[in-house]
Design a protein around this ligand. Structure first.
Ligand code: FEO
Length: 378
């Protein structure tokens, strides 16, 4: 039989991981495979321990679980390990050496049965065998995935997850991209390492720890993850990330957006002081071109812009073309500050035209915007 879903939806959460806005909530996924032996994959966030244990009990239908497989120790998945073990003390906890270090760090010493697996090990449940494929730093160092050959299914831990609870009607891609670049984006090389190992397996279904099970057209999701983890862009268009204190920089952004649209270029503009920062980060990675339009502030660039660039940098922003619009009445300094902050990013190409506004748009800056729009075309 295929797996049974026993996860939960969190509709009350405001900030996932204390920093990501999730207006449509989150799901914490958990699965049970019932074979001759039964295995539970991961627990859920602490708040939902009771609901999850009820789901587990219903799915087990009177049986006792043989294994609790821990793919990831972050507390949104691991918080209920001991609560589960108190209810089912004969279960064997399955993890790797790093998993057990983290269990001890989070929960203290424990005397429950354990099975420590190595990369590539298999575990038979009877008619099917599970293969452990380690995925270190596909978010945390202990992360592992499991391939179930009988179902051609990958239990992928955080990989392929998305924001949003399972009872939310929304496309996978936007919230999966926002989740990926927010949470896993720094670890592109680790994702590529996992992909190399997974190329040996025929994967037709993916069961992530957040978001829906991906049971059709798996190539589409794999292709997205491959692009994202290689820091490749998905659109030739332009993302304009801006701040505007009194509206003058915004007017320049609006003019640039109009010129780009007239050129047939896809464009999206977001206000860094007001719009969701994780969406801004995801858009910067989605597009080939990012234009940063910013005001000078205290001899530096506006704080929200500083923060935006820092967030890009810590996620290995690279391989992109960047345009700059700066605004400064008597001492424009934003462009220099932006370039200084981006100097550690690899393979950044700057548009030749850098636009400077002295307080407000004038003929000269409008002409410069036209030149910048032409450089960003296609
Ligand atoms: Fe969903 Fe890295 O935890």
């Amino acid at each position: 039989m295929k797996n049974i879903y026993v996860g939960v939806n969190d509709k009350s959460i405001d900030l996932f991981e204390g920093m990501y806005r999730v207006p449509n909530g989150m799901s914490y996924n958990s699965y049970i495979i019932r074979d001759e032996k039964s295995a539970v994959f991961d627990t859920v966030d602490e708040k939902f321990g009771g609901e999850w244990l009820d789901n587990v009990s219903a799915a087990l239908d009177g049986r006792n679980p043989d294994y609790l497989i821990i793919l990831h120790m972050e507390p949104d998945h691991s918080a209920n390990i001991f609560r589960f073990m108190e209810k089912y003390p004969d279960t064997c906890i399955v993890g790797n050496s790093k998993t057990f270090v983290l269990i001890k760090e989070f929960f203290g010493d424990f005397a429950f049965n354990r099975l420590e697996v190595k990369d590539g090990d298999t575990l038979s449940l009877g008619s099917r065998s599970l293969t452990f494929v380690f995925a270190p730093m596909v978010h945390w160092p202990e992360v592992m995935t499991v391939y179930d050959g009988a179902d051609k299914a990958l239990y992928s831990a955080d990989a392929f997850g998305k924001f949003g609870s399972l009872d939310t009607e929304e496309e996978w891609e936007e919230q999966a991209r926002r989740y990926y670049y927010g949470i896993v984006g720094k670890f592109g090389n680790a994702v590529q390492g996992l992909f190399k190992k997974l190329s040996a397996y025929d994967i037709q279904k993916i069961y992530p720890l957040h978001g829906p099970a991906l049971t059709e057209n798996v190539g589409y999701y794999m292709n997205k993850y491959d692009l994202w983890s290689r820091y490749a862009f998905e659109s030739d268009g332009v993302f304009i990330a801006y701040n505007s204190v009194y509206g003058h920089t915004r007017k320049a952004v609006e003019l640039l957006a109009k010129l780009l649209e007239e050129n047939g270029t896809e464009v999206i503009a977001r206000d860094l002081a007001r719009d969701d920062w994780a969406q801004c980060v995801a858009d910067a990675f989605k597009f080939r071109n990012t234009v940063i339009a910013a005001t000078t502030y205290n001899g530096d660039v506006f704080p929200a812009v500083r923060e935006f660039i820092d967030r890009l940098k810590e996620r290995n922003f690279r391989n992109r073309r960047v345009g700059i619009i700066e605004n400064g009445g008597w001492a424009p300094f934003a462009a220099k500050a932006i370039q200084k902050r981006l100097e550690d990013c690899k393979d950044i190409e700057y548009c030749p035209t850098q636009v400077t506004l002295h307080a407000a748009l004038d003929g000269q800056s409008s002409s410069a915007l036209k030149a910048l729009a032409d450089e960003l075309k296609g």
